[in-house]
Ligand binder design. Structure first.
Ligand code: GDP
Ligand code: IMO
Ligand code: MG
Length: 421
């Protein structure tokens, strides 16, 4: 029985999912997003060019691929249309390759305003959301008020839209927040018309049919495990299930049909937005990671917070996702570090814990193990046995801690800068 393989971020997002999906796609005919929305920014580098995708799966550049936006995704027609036109300008045949689930929910202009108003009202306790309207859209989905892609063909679509917008306008009265959606609303309806050019599908039927036809499918996660609505560092999380379980609800496949689970992590850690980050660095090492790793958000441009690799968190993510293969990204960013640190436990008061705790607050102090850095440039390496011993020791330690093999090591942003074991 053909199974669906999955790529997931194991940290707080931006692990390099776009690059990995692009590297893996020659082995797959179908790439599918199952959750999240334009809060995601997935970067791909090849042939000297860089692309950033927000809603469209990262398989879109591969000839002959089918790319599905699944029912678990939330779509902003303005952002999606903008992505489509950029790709079309570059000669990508998006209409042939992109299928959109009818059950995917729509992000309305007022969802974005509600996101912004809610964040503004929180002041210092804000989530640091991407302000794309993700939270309010998933709230309307679970609250059973949402609009779906399938509704755009209904003769009463405008009425449904106005009704939901009116509800949002009433909610917005509780905030002291100024806004004007006139221009965005116009673009939004243009975006809706644009969506009608695409094949809108019932993704559960299509995905299962494709599996039964023995097509190789790769599910592309967005965000990361520590941003999961249930198991992430709540409330500083996103509003969807970013874990492997999300594949089943976000595409309509049974758990028994999930195959390989590729878990991706950076050789260090980053986080953008608010919330706990035990191994965060506020010193020159953190700044060095940010500069060398060009750690600025692909969606919002915000500087990413940087810190050492955290095994307590990584083991938790591996467990929660049932990761079968690990992929280590951005190893080259650590090229010139004399010493490296990895958190192996947390000290909370006088206790040492190795399980990721319920509350990750200021009392959590990482317990570090120190490693020798490799102090050389690894960007040109393409074979594992050519890696410096210090890097191999680092990788083998991660394998020992997680019980999962590290199968791919990324040594630069380009498609080619990849070592497959
Ligand atoms: P995603 O959201 O998980 O797809 O990751 P992002 O695209 O938001 O952020 C990852 C960033 O790191 C992008 O700018 C990538 O081009 C870049 N990147 C990916 N892999 C590597 C790598 O191995 N080395 C370096 N230096 N950069 C990388
Ligand atoms: P990719 O797919 C990194 C973070 C935001 C904020 C929190 C909630 O590129 O890895 P939201 O807009 O979802 O309500 O924001 O989640 N966040 C991400 N951080 N990468 C992402 O996506 C993210 N998507 C959301 O910064 O802290
Ligand atoms: Mg990203």
């Amino acid at each position: 029985m053909k199974k669906i393989d999955v790529v997931l971020g194991l940290q707080w997002g931006d692990e390099g999912k776009g690059k990995v999906v692009d590297v893996l796609t020659p082995n797959y005919q179908v790439i599918a997003r199952f959750q999240g929305g334009p809060n995601a920014g997935h970067s791909l580098h090849f042939e000297g060019k860089k692309y950033v995708l927000h809603t469209i799966p990262s398989g879109i550049f591969r000839p002959g691929s089918i790319n599905i936006i699944g029912n678990g995704v939330v779509i902003d027609p303005v952002i999606l249309s903008d992505e489509i036109s950029k790709l079309e300008d570059d000669g990508v045949d998006v209409v042939d390759k992109l299928w959109i689930a009818k059950k995917a929910h729509l992000i309305l202009p007022t969802h974005r305003i509600l996101d912004a108003a809610s964040e503004a009202s929180k002041g210092k306790t804000k989530i640091g959301s991407t302000l794309k309207g993700i939270g309010p859209t998933y709230m309307d989905k679970t609250g059973r008020n949402g609009l779906r892609v399938g509704d755009i063909l209904s003769p009463s679509f405008r009425e449904l839209y106005d009704r939901l917008k009116e509800k949002h306008l009433q909610m917005l009265q509780q905030y002291d927040f100024q806004f004007d959606i006139t221009d965005y609303e116009k673009e939004w309806f243009d975006g809706i018309e644009n969506l009608k050019r695409f094949r809108c599908i019932e993704s559960e039927h299509e995905v299962n049919r494709l599996l039964n036809e023995d097509k190789a499918i790769l599910a592309e996660g967005a965000q990361g495990s520590l941003l999961d609505i249930d198991f992430g560092t709540y409330p500083f999380v996103t509003s969807s299930n970013t874990l492997c379980a999300g594949v089943c609800t976000g595409l309509g496949v049974a758990p028994s049909r999930v195959g390989k689970v590729y878990g991706i992590f950076k050789a260090y850690c980053t986080r953008v937005g608010s919330g706990p980050f035990p191994t965060e660095l506020f010193d020159e090492d953190g700044e060095k990671m940010r500069q060398i790793g060009m750690e600025y958000g692909a969606t919002t441009g915000r500087p990413r917070r940087c810190g050492w690799l955290d095994m307590v968190a990584l083991r938790y993510s591996v467990m929660m996702n049932g990761v079968t293969e690990l992929i280590m990204m951005k190893s080259d960013v650590l090229n010139d570090f004399e010493k490296l640190k990895v958190a192996v436990a947390y000290k909370i008061g006088d206790k040492e814990v190795t399980d990721f705790p319920y509350e990750v607050n200021e009392e959590v102090v990482p317990v570090y193990k120190e490693f020798e850095g490799w102090n050389c440039n690894i960007n040109g390496v393409r074979q594992y046995d050519r890696f410096p011993t210090e890097l191999k020791n680092y990788i083998e330690f991660i394998e020992e801690q997680t019980g999962v093999p590290v199968k791919i090591i990324s040594v630069g942003p380009d498609r080619e800068e990849t070592v497959i074991r």
